[in-house]
Design a protein around this ligand. Sequence first.
Ligand code: ATP
Ligand code: MG
Length: 397
Amino acid sequence: MAIEIPSYVSDLMKTLLNSRHECFVVGGAVRSALLCAEVHDYDLTTDALPDEMKEIFSSYRTIETGIRHGTLTVLSEGKPVEITTYRKDSTYSDHRHPDKVEFTSRLQEDCARRDFTVNALCADIDGNLYDFFEGRKDLKQKLIRCIGSADERFDEDALRILRALRFAARLGFQIEKKTSDALRRKKDLLLYISAERIRDEFTGFLNASGCAELFEEYAEVFEVIIPKLKQLNEEEKKQLFGQLKRSENDHILRLALIVLAAGSQEEIMKSLKMTNHEMKDVSNLLSLSERPLDTLSDIRRIKRDLKQDFKRYALFRYALNEKTDVGQMMNLNRMIIENGDCYSLKDLAVRGNDLKELGFCGKEISERLNQLLEDVIDSKLANEKEVLLDSLRYTKQ
Ligand code: ATP
Ligand code: MG
């Protein structure tokens, strides 16, 4: 069986072959193609050394940020393709970086330094497969298996622990027994890994469809990266696992559930180096986690304070409590949109200046505006300028 390689990629391969070098597609692209899944990006591997690659692709637009590790990014038809010189395993004394980058001229050696058998499949320019570590067999059996000794591979780079979980969650695979035993044994090595690398893999994990089951099965591993989880009692853990199972593949929503259960939102989000934007979204969801949801006014009030997608919020409330009627929430939301209901100050029919003209000043202006908005949200007042001004005149007297 062969896979199909798009021309913008095979053009680059051809350029290397014409210069008497080897070149193969490797990793995720081959894995996804064999699983008939969408291929996002193509990684190429070659025996050409970094300086040779630069020379060969001198007429292309290139990005050299990874060149020290042997990676040149070449733009082909506007799309970036990473090309990396064959590398071999070196020693890892800090559980996260190889002590030095060593190139090799043998494809098989390059495959051997990769993490899992299903990530070490290669294809030549015609799409013919090279499978040194029975990756295809593991793909068929839906298994994530380390190449070589799992203990050693996790010792070298402990991030692979989280990568195994991310791939298993995304592909719906099991983690092979020896790999999973080693993963549990070596979990504390994750403490050596930088927060940024953990964040990227953990975010990928939380966006994957198998996340909830694996989070439960490997809870002890996640307790290493979020120590607060250790403080949950059995009942609280069970509740969190249930909530995650009801949640969508959305890392913000899932982080909100985890942080709500574990407490210390700031601490957890900061230790995971989440962006300010992610922090804001999570705390915004948490601040609205107990709002009533029954009436149009309830939903208008939530929409006033919600700074993100309403559907996400509805699904968050459903994850928290399976009795939440998401259908009704979405209906009420639709009615508000269709009726053009006012739920924010910017849609209110009066402005600060209108209040100034009536003689209000300072802090009073914003207090009054907010009170008017409350009354409009509660349908006590119509959102019409005269109605609102009248009510102000009445209360001013
Ligand atoms: P994705 O679709 O998530 O990008 P991918 O397989 O392309 O999947 P990447 O993280 O982009 O995953 O890595 C590309 C390839 O590099 C992997 O398939 C694997 O062969 C290798 N690789 C990446 N990280 C490691 C690591 N920490 N240890 C060993 N090999 C790795
Ligand atoms: Mg990739």
